[in-house]
Design a protein. Structure first.
Length: 148
């Protein structure tokens, strides 16, 4: 029997196959898009599992969802500032705690994060795009713990 594993990028398809196989049969990474091609893994004498790269439904294009879930790597998100401003609105307490800053307005929070991380443009202005990508990276890799 052959079984295919299909899903969004960075949701654990390769990790599931490794668990089924009881060994590290496929390489894994927290970086989306790590699996480049189809890989076959025998998990049982009668069962072959096919690992595939992540896919997106053709009609779906939700950058907020892709960015915060890690389906799109922090370096590839098209509007990192927009995604992070929405994330700050939802998870202000966790983000402010992680970066040890205080502010109420999401844009002010992002600017303070840029300053805290020493990400500056010419004229010592906060580089909010670079800071947003770093916030996404910290969020995607689990460094920032979501408030429950």
């Amino acid at each position: 029997m052959t079984v295919g594993i299909l899903g969004y990028p960075n949701v654990g398809k390769s990790s599931l196959i490794n668990a089924l196989a009881g060994r590290s049969a496929t390489l894994t990474s927290s970086e989306s898009g790590f699996t480049r091609g189809v890989q076959k893994v025998r998990v049982d004498p009668k069962i072959m599992v096919i690992d595939t790269p992540g896919v997106f439904p053709q009609e779906e294009n939700d950058q907020q969802k892709y960015g915060t879930t890690g389906a799109v790597s922090h370096g590839k998100v098209k509007d990192p500032e927009g995604v992070v401003l929405a994330l700050i609105t939802e998870e202000k307490k966790a983000i402010c705690k992680y970066y040890k800053i205080t502010a109420e307005d999401p844009e002010e929070i992002l600017e303070k994060i840029a300053l805290h991380l020493h990400k500056l443009l010419k004229g010592n202005l906060p580089d909010t795009e670079t800071a947003a990508r770093l916030v996404l990276k910290d969020w995607q890799t689990g460094k920032i713990h979501k408030n429950l």
